[in-house]
Write a protein that binds this ligand. Structure first.
Ligand code: NAG
Length: 170
């Protein structure tokens, strides 16, 4: 195995591990279901975590009895299941990759569930790449802005590394 290939593989593993974060909706013992009491809200749970691009949301529910719809803000507010952006009806373990910054909205696709509070809104952030950029000083303005270019650069390096790695391997 050539040293450059080894370095490439290490870099790729590093980038993957930096990017992949799986978060179970509602917490480990929670799950994607009608909240047990009206005082519980998925948004309260969502507000406690910071989600970034590349993270995965895991919706855990009883297979065949529920589903996950990714919807617009309007549909989220009205619990409108008519034309979702994406619809997931998998085996009870739906994984959704967060691939865009900004707010995302999910509701249950099962009749009546969204109205009873089975809905989630959260905000996706652009990840910080603090290992590769100097720590932003307080005068830098919004913390997410200066790192976005760097994040793109780093992730494209990851892809290039992967391609070069495979090329070197074969
Ligand atoms: C639900 O959404 C669809 C498509 O966006 C729309 O045609 C319909 O009028 C909406 N229904 C309600 C009750 O808002």
């Amino acid at each position: 195995m050539s040293p450059s290939l080894l370095v490439t593989i290490c870099l790729c593993i590093f980038f993957l591990s930096v990017n992949a974060n799986e978060v179970t909706v509602g917490g480990k013992s929670g799950g994607w279901k009608i909240p047990p009491s009206s005082s519980y809200s998925f948004n309260e749970w969502g507000d406690k975590s910071r989600f970034k691009i590349g993270d995965f949301l895991v919706f855990s529910y009883e297979a065949g009895k529920d589903s996950v719809l990714q919807v617009t803000r309007e549909a989220y507010e009205k619990c409108n299941t008519t034309s979702p952006k994406a619809s997931y009806t998998a085996d009870g373990n739906t994984k959704v990759k967060l691939d865009q910054p900004g707010p995302v909205y999910f509701i249950s696709g099962t009749q009546g569930h969204c109205q009873k509070g089975q809905k989630l809104r959260l905000v996706v952030y652009i990840p910080h790449v603090s290992a590769f950029s100097p720590a932003p000083s307080p005068s830098d303005g919004p913390a997410v802005a200066p790192t976005s270019g760097a994040a793109k650069l780093i992730s494209s390096f990851g892809v290039v590394g992967l391609v070069v790695g495979f090329w070197a391997f074969f």
